[in-house]
Design a protein around this ligand. Sequence first.
Ligand code: 6GU
Length: 229
Amino acid sequence: MRFDIITIHPELLSGPFSHSILKRAQDKGLVEVHFHDLRDYTLDKHNRVDDYQFGGGAGMVMTIEPIDRCISALKAERDYDEVIYMTPDGEQFDQPMANRLSTKGNMIILCGHYKGIDQRVRDHFITKEISIGDYVLTGGELAAAVVCDAVIRLIPGVISDETSALFDSHQDGMLAPPVYTRPAEYKGWKIPDVLLSGNERLIEDWRHEQALKRTQERRPDYLSDDGMK
Ligand code: 6GU
């Protein structure tokens, strides 16, 4: 898998990819992440990548030329499965979308800014528009990092315990049950007895029950009409 992220703030993005699991995934060669500074692609003598919008109104709009030059340069090197635009009016990102994206090869991610980008970029280059939720961020960079994180951790071999990603909250339309570790008692706060029983069947039943309870309380929309799973 390969991500090419187009941004006017590469420094905002480098952090999340330089540590922990995302760094290890790159070191292991499981994913490549490349940042492209949009300003390197503008022909404007003042390095501008935005302009006033036609028809008037507040807010600058990202211009088409540097984006075209950057995307075209990337496409000349390899084929891409998706050209993604990060925007608050995109399709809402969720676990099924992360799962689908984790099966793709090469992806370009364009981070939006200002009032948005010239609509012709969306019409002619973009294959998918993604929002990470119903709120507005200052730019698409943090949202792009969120999407990449959720996708990269699904690549086989990225998470050491291969099966653990399957049991995540949201993965089967259920939230995850509570977990505990040592000590079994802390300041008088005990863990549930069943977890010390050694009875796998009972533990499995308890976990399912707890996951169901948590899902009913917090995400009833996940459960079918009869509340059974
Ligand atoms: Cl992808 N971009 C921005 N600027 N704000 C957002 C978003 C994206 N997703 C949710 N809010």
